[in-house]
Write a protein that binds this ligand. Structure first.
Ligand SMILES: [Zn+2]
Length: 371
């Protein structure tokens, strides 16, 4: 189990032991974003729901992987919060029997986003769950989850992944060569999600080239580079959302074909609609975060070069460009990095991302003017 998740030896050992004793009713997977908690939750869910125990090769596993198994449900915020209506729907479903499995799993992404009304209602089901139901909560910010919810769950902590583990994963699972895997795992800073985004495909590599080239311009006060950066992010978001749309359209067509039961088909169609909205919001946000990650890595590198520490550089293939760009006082880059960090936080809220990026570049101007 968990072969697709690098690192996390303690979480894996804990969960394997727990499953051997019989799965608990509620787990909270906690730790910084991008460590594979969502994958872990889905794999754990598949293990609990599938008759095969999650072999990964049968029809049922296939349906689980494609998000069309009625006994595994993912709840995620729509807009800023997880709304009471979403929890009410969950509770209505709790009174039903599982469709095909003996267990049902509800994965709640970011339970810190339950608004107070939804949290209190959810807490009731968490306190008295039907015998066949398991809750898996996934949080990047467990300290913001209601304490009464946390106390009902067994907490499983996730840690940043060691560079070597990430690199080995990129080689064996993503087919990268050793040198590229080593470079990407350094850039990923312990984050599986980021490593996968970087490795994803040629598009990831092209994005990296473009964002780094624009970052080099931005560091040298090129306003056109700033505008192009904002446009580039918009294009990347639209492309990512478009991919989700065609993927969902494919699934919808497939649903018509493979699910003969009317009740079940209607159920899936409703889920797919919600899934599309959610996934589009998620991938768009990730596309924007990806851009900021590249800009941050460039700024960190220019800072390192400015401090005379080129050995600490992540983008080692751009050393000449970095040396050319490192003309300001090193502390300026530290302040610019702060601005990017602030914007990164803003982007995880429900803000207009284009405006947030423009505001970030306005703050860059202030940093330079004050220098
Ligand atoms: Zn299977």
């Amino acid at each position: 189990m968990f072969a697709d998740i690098p690192g996390q030896a303690r979480a894996k050992a804990y969960m394997t032991g727990a499953l051997a004793r019989g799965a608990g009713h509620a787990y909270l997977l906690a730790g910084p974003e991008g460590l594979g908690k969502r994958r872990f939750a889905l794999e754990l869910g598949a293990h609990l729901v599938a008759a095969c125990g999650g072999c990964g090769g049968c029809d049922e596993c296939d349906r689980l992987a494609r998000g069309v198994h009625p006994d595994l449900t993912v709840i995620e915020r729509e807009g800023e919060f997880i709304r009471i209506e979403q929890i009410a729907e969950l509770i209505a479903d709790l009174s039903l029997k599982p469709f095909s499995a003996t267990h049902r799993v509800w994965i709640v992404i970011a339970p810190e986003r339950l608004n107070i009304e939804a949290a209190n209602t959810f807490l009731k089901s968490l306190e008295e769950p039907p015998a066949d139901v398991h809750f898996i909560l996934v949080s990047d910010a467990p300290e913001r989850v209601l304490a009464t919810i946390v106390s009902r769950c067994q907490t499983v902590e996730f840690q940043p992944v060691a560079d070597d583990d990430l690199a080995a994963f990129l080689v064996t699972r993503e087919g990268l060569d050793g040198q590229r895997a080593a470079l990407l795992s350094r850039l990923a800073q312990g984050s599986l999600e980021r490593a996968l985004r970087l490795a994803g495909d040629d598009r990831g590599a092209q994005h990296r080239q473009r964002y780094l080239r624009l970052s080099a311009g931005i560091v040298l006060h090129d306003r056109d580079a700033e505008r192009s950066f904002v446009d580039e992010v918009g294009n990347a978001e639209a492309a990512a959302a478009g991919e989700v749309e065609s993927d969902i359209a494919r699934r919808r067509a497939e649903l018509e074909r493979i699910v003969p039961d009317d009740r079940e088909r209607v159920f899936h169609a409703r889920r797919l609609e919600a899934l599309q909205r959610r996934e589009q919001a998620r991938v768009s946000r990730l596309a924007a975060l990806d851009a900021l990650d590249h800009l941050s890595s460039f700024l960190r590198d220019v800072w390192a070069v400015g401090l005379g520490a080129p050995g600490a550089v992540s983008n080692r293939d751009r050393l000449a460009e970095l040396e050319h760009a490192a003309v300001a006082r090193p502390d300026i880059y530290a302040r610019l990095l702060d601005c990017v960090g602030r914007t990164r936080k803003d982007l995880s809220l429900n803000v207009d991302r284009r405006l947030a990026l423009q505001a970030m570049f306005a703050r860059f101007q202030e940093v330079w003017e004050r220098a």
